[in-house]
Design a protein around this ligand. Structure first.
Ligand code: DGP
Length: 114
């Protein structure tokens, strides 16, 4: 697959406000936040969309969600509540084709989302 801006962030080639990282996952604040807390969590592995996920990625996806839980606690939004979202392809509004989990909190969330 072709490289993306998130691939460059994960390798430290362009700056981002990183809030968490480990050997598999990097998390940084969204450039265009939709809530007081809006963090993007990405695997270092460049998976383009949820459609490209493979059985071997199961542990990696679990690590993404465990990191989201940790960041929600760090950000002080765990008890009040927060939302996690993965947009897949154009109809869902995906614009960066490196799998990412949005973590949003700090305000009430409406349902259904737009
Ligand atoms: P999505 O629509 O699910 O593909 O979300 C992509 C998000 O990525 C969007 O909320 C804006 C954010 N974003 C795009 N480019 C950059 C960037 O260069 N840095 C950061 N921190 N966020 C970005």
């Amino acid at each position: 697959m072709s490289d993306t801006i998130f691939g460059k962030i994960s390798r430290g080639e362009i700056p981002a406000d990183i809030v968490y990282q480990d050997e598999d996952v990097v998390a940084f604040r969204d450039l265009n936040p939709q809530a007081p807390t809006h963090v993007l969590l990405i695997p270092r592995k460049p998976i383009p969309t949820l459609n490209a996920l493979e059985a071997d990625d199961a542990l990696l996806v679990g690590r993404l969600f465990l990191a989201a839980r940790k960041i929600a606690e760090q950000e002080g939004i765990a008890a009040a509540g927060y939302r996690t979202v993965i947009n897949c392809n154009a109809a869902a509004g995906q614009t960066v084709f490196h799998l990412h989990l949005h973590l949003l909190g700090g305000r009430p969330m409406r349902w259904p989302p737009g």
